[in-house]
Design a binder for this molecule. Structure first.
Ligand code: HEM
Length: 102
């Protein structure tokens, strides 16, 4: 086997070892997000992202209530008036569960 063949088989092996993982995001409709509107199950939309903020609620520096006003809804406008988008990655990166599909 020459060097090119060896390299080629390494690359093939690596490509074949890529498997779907938990980080693969799925799409949700606005109607689906709207069902998650309680303190025990709270989703919000920010831009095209769908966030499950249930476990973040007690840790939110702006308080639980501020987020609950937008439970199940699109909070983009109000969110952007109060925060930089980076706070999501900084405080609660795992809350991003998917993207909006409609
Ligand atoms: C989902 C992810 C969210 C994260 C990571 C987050 C994070 C934060 C942080 C770090 C602060 C302190 C101020 C700052 O450093 O910017 C804050 C304040 C605040 N947040 Fe959020 N927040 C989130 C969602 C929301 C939503 C959906 C609302 C409702 C529109 C909201 C309303 C507020 C309010 C009213 C304050 C207080 C602002 C003030 O005292 O002037 N937040 N948030």
């Amino acid at each position: 086997m020459n060097r090119l063949d060896t390299l080629s088989s390494h690359l093939t092996a690596n490509v074949n070892s890529i498997v779907p993982c938990a980080a693969v995001q799925r799409g949700y409709t606005r109607a689906e997000v709207a069902k998650h509107k309680t303190e025990k199950d709270c989703w919000v939309i920010i831009d095209k992202m769908v966030l499950d903020v249930t476990t973040f609620l007690p840790d939110h520096p702006g308080g639980k209530k501020a987020i609950m006003l937008f439970a199940g809804k699109d909070a983009t406008e109000e969110f952007d008036m109060l925060h930089k988008r980076e706070v999501i990655q900084k405080y609660t990166p795992n809350s991003i569960i998917g993207t909006l599909s409609d």
